[in-house]
Design a protein around this ligand. Sequence first.
Ligand SMILES: [Zn+2]
Length: 131
Amino acid sequence: MSSKIKILREDYPTLINDDTEIKYDEGWHNIVEGMLAAIKIYEDANLGISNLTPVYISKIESKFGALDVEFDGGDDVVQEIVIFSKTLSFKTCEKCGKLGKLYCSTKWMKWSYKKVLCTAHAVELYYYSIE
Ligand SMILES: [Zn+2]
């Protein structure tokens, strides 16, 4: 996984760098890669000709079971790309990328870790279904 993140840092050096905190499991890699590609393509087409400012992402991580992205710059379109990517994470197993839903690490939902998982990974990790 760390080698895949290293490649992302090399492929998108203006969007993320060594100071960007990146922490998520394998299953969300396609979502993150797609998000960075979409932002880069949009930036390349619009920087300098609209009110778009260069995007710098300081954090990409799994937080309360969803993808959390913190960034500076951009515009409304970049905001939408990030929201769309977060929405994909709500239904994508963070371990394997298959269709998933939110599970908890304990029966006491309020105090437990949350993760989006497929049924197989929820069983493997002893996570509890919320619904
Ligand atoms: Zn899975």
